[in-house]
Design a binder for this molecule. Structure first.
Ligand code: SF4
Length: 271
């Protein structure tokens, strides 16, 4: 008499295959432009390549886990919150937005992260979340949004690095997995609204024209100073840097100052 237990590799493979089919169905091969395509932190060129070479977008265990975590936490939180409509379709000058939750007063954007440090105004990912929410506020005409970040990991601190890898430690009283939320307010008459609207529409137009003309050269690369962190692991690096060009206007755009990086632009209160 024995109970047999052995590894099963078929089930994860089935999930990966079905997720790939799910993405295939949603592949943005048309010319719809979504807010997530044009965020400053999401490279326009990378989004272009993903559209033009969709078969190079691989689905692996990592993307599977990411998908499951993101979708399930969004589903559960939306149900638990029970304060608005989920994924409402918004459209502004041809730009499409799907805020996670929306009611008559505010918009909520949900983020799910494995980040082991808590994000704030000094972190680029945090700024990207804020920018996305600000774009939603501009598209909807709303003044108030809530950014809600689900941290799945305890906070740990970096210690050192050597040839074997990176070393971290977990401080006493470390932060446990939690949900941290922020209220973002942008007044209807704030001049920043117009500046961000122009930024949003210009990036949408640049992206759309590049897609329509099959010409990536009008899309800016990341500025040189950011390339080591942003581009070194990019799947399209060789094509982007060594095959496809970048015209003068795109080069100038990549040197522009990000309005959200200006000191004092945020009245940031962390309590
Ligand atoms: S290499 Fe850098 S600039 Fe080029 S597509 Fe990738 S992330 Fe964008």
């Amino acid at each position: 008499m024995a109970i047999t237990i052995k590894p099963n590799h078929d089930f994860p493979k089935l999930l990966i295959e079905n997720l790939k089919n799910h993405y295939d169905e949603k592949k943005r091969l048309n010319h719809e432009v979504h807010v997530s395509d044009i965020l400053l932190e999401n490279c326009l060129r990378k989004q272009y390549y993903k559209r033009k070479f969709p078969d190079l977008n691989t689905v692996d265990n990592n993307s599977l886990i990411h998908f499951i975590r993101g979708e399930s936490s969004e589903y559960v939180i939306t149900k638990l919150a029970n304060i608005g409509i989920s994924q409402r379709d918004l459209e502004f000058d041809g730009l499409i937005a799907h805020p996670d939750i929306m009611n008559n007063e505010f918009i909520i954007e949900l983020k799910d992260t494995m980040s082991q440090k808590r994000l704030d105004i000094n972190n680029e990912k945090f700024i990207s979340y804020i920018r996305q929410l600000l774009y939603y506020l501009i598209i909807s005409g709303y003044e108030k949004g809530i950014l809600s970040i689900i941290y799945n990991s305890e906070e740990i601190k970096f210690l050192k690095s050597d040839e074997k890898g990176d070393y971290f430690f977990r401080p006493k009283n470390t932060k446990k997995p939690e949900i941290v939320s922020w209220t973002i307010f942008l007044s209807k008459d704030d001049v920043l609204r117009e500046i961000l609207k122009n930024e949003m529409i210009r990036r949408k137009n640049l992206f759309l024209m590049a897609l329509l003309n099959n010409n990536i050269s009008s899309l800016p690369r990341f500025p040189e100073i950011q390339r080591e962190s942003k581009c070194s692991k990019c799947f399209f690096y060789d094509r982007c840097m060594n095959v496809d060009g970048e015209d003068i206007i795109a080069q100038d755009i990549s040197k522009e100052l990000d309005i959200l990086s200006i000191t004092g632009i945020f009245d940031f209160k962390n309590r």
